[in-house]
Design a protein around this ligand. Structure first.
Ligand code: ARG
Length: 461
């Protein structure tokens, strides 16, 4: 019974192979090895400080763990699922390597506080990676926006032409969304950044552990203050996956726009050939498959969130093995969102707006109707009344296949005496965007201000 684990002395028989296969998490959690080893070294140092290990034992443990880390990184470590998880796999390898001192490493520790610490350490790094990728996409969007501050496109509500906006403002709308994602992740990191080590299995320990030292060694600014909560808390996992899901929601909306705008029906955007796919049958096709896949992969992340929340629901207090299921969903969410952010960034930076085509269509859809109503407000007409007047003018134009800007002044006057010769400055998409005055509006002035703001902001990261 070479592979008997110490706790199996309690049991009368070795585990059934079906059981070994079912309970193992090594195949998933082996990627936590660096964090597990960092946590173990910090724990060992603290044990030595508290005279629970000698200096020489600590030296051997540390050296052994670092050797194991090198072996794993080099792909020379043999992972055996009989050891259940990365924690046992490393501890067993350590004991095999250095003998007796290795058997002291788990003093005052349980895999319950160990795995909670590993996950928090992993998440801290992972959040930094995602934040960097969010910043990258924001920078790409801002730089694209810089190319199109003067170009106008339609904005849509209900996917019907609504009001004219600058292409820059349109692009900047995604920078705002991503900024909220960035802040959410920062906040998540703050909440995750506490050390559960020393909480043991559920009740802490009777040994004189110095939890603050371990926390400090691992760069955790604080420790958890209730061992029962600490071993069962996975709030930070649900929150992290939610934050990824929100990024995915934003990328999926961006993708949806891109897919529509690349279609012949719109023809607003052209993605470089290097980021298009074609069809095995239809030779003319240039598809935005990357964006469709980003939209599709959002499903995975939402699935991970639903799974994580469901795992947490109605678990009894303390640690339960259900929690082992957290990792597969955490990793799915993290891996998927990092790849999607990379892809979105590449596609956006390899896209160009067909400004001629967009401009040629700006006369359609009465994009200037709202501006005309506001022009009337400026002439003292109550808005409700102005809205009605413009509605009638639009209906008249539609009937006679005309644009608002084509009407003669006397035709306008037949609808409202308040309309004067200066009305033409408020008509036509290009004129309208210049008249936007509110902060945060989608005109060229605001776009330029926002680009300057973001350039400065993003350069600090
Ligand atoms: N592999 C487990 C996890 O990922 C940690 C082990 C805790 N096992 C236990 N029997 N208490 O959550």
């Amino acid at each position: 019974m070479a592979k008997q684990k110490s706790w199996e002395k309690r049991l009368n028989s070795s585990p059934d192979p079906l059981m070994v296969d079912f309970v193992e998490s090594l195949s998933i959690d082996k990627r936590l090895y660096k964090y597990d080893i960092a946590g173990s070294i910090a724990h060992a140092k603290m044990l030595a400080k508290r005279k629970l290990l000698t200096k020489s034992e600590l030296g051997k443990i540390e050296k052994g763990l670092l050797q194991i880390e090198r072996d794993i990184t080099a792909g020379k470590f043999k992972f055996d699922k009989a050891y259940e998880d990365i924690h046992m796999a490393i501890e067993t390898a350590l004991i095999k390597k250095i003998g007796e001192p290795g058997k002291k490493l788990h003093t005052g520790r349980s895999r319950n506080d160990q795995v909670a610490a590993d996950l928090r350490l992993w998440m801290r790094d992972q959040i930094d990676v995602i934040k960097t990728k969010i910043t990258g996409l924001q920078k790409t969007l801002v730089s694209q926006a810089g190319e199109y501050t003067k170009n106008v496109m339609p904005a849509y509500t209900h996917l019907q032409r609504a009001q004219p906006v600058t292409i820059a403002s349109y692009l900047l709308s995604f920078v705002e969304q991503l900024q909220r994602d960035f802040i959410r992740l920062e906040n998540c990191k703050r909440l995750a950044d506490i050390s559960p080590l020393g909480s043991g299995a559920v009740a802490g320990s009777t040994l004189p552990l110095d939890r603050k030292t371990t926390a400090k060694l691992l760069g955790f600014p604080d420790i958890s203050y209730n061992s029962i909560d600490a071993v069962g808390d996975r709030d930070f996992c649900a929150e992290f996956i939610f934050d990824c899901a929100m990024v995915a929601a934003h990328l999926s909306r961006l993708s949806e726009d891109w897919i529509l705008f690349c279609s012949n029906e719109f023809g607003f955007i052209r993605i470089d050939d290097s980021f298009c796919t074609s069809s095995s049958m239809m030779p003319q096709k240039r598809n935005a498959d990357a964006m469709e896949l980003i939209r599709g992969k959002t499903g995975r992340i939402y699935g991970a969130l639903t799974a994580m929340l469901t795992i947490l629901k109605a678990q009894p207090s303390g640690y339960n093995r259900d929690l082992q299921e957290d990792k597969v969903h955490l990793f799915t969410a993290a891996d998927t969102i990092t790849r999607c952010l990379d892809m979105a960034c590449a596609v956006v930076s390899h896209s160009t707006f067909d400004t001629n085509r967009i401009t040629s269509g700006l006369n359609e859809g009465f994009l200037d109707a709202t501006a005309l109503a506001e022009y009337l407000v400026g002439k003292g007409v109550p808005f409700r009344q102005a809205h009605g007047i413009v509605g009638c003018i639009v209906a008249y134009c539609e009937k006679h296949s005309m644009k608002l800007a084509n009407l003669e002044l006397n035709e306008f006057k037949s609808y409202s005496q308040a309309i004067e010769a200066d009305v033409y400055k408020s008509l036509g998409a290009a004129n309208v965007v210049k008249q936007y005055t509110t902060a945060g509006a989608a005109g060229p002035k605001q776009a330029k201000e926002q680009i300057a703001f973001w350039r400065k902001q993003l350069a600090k990261r």
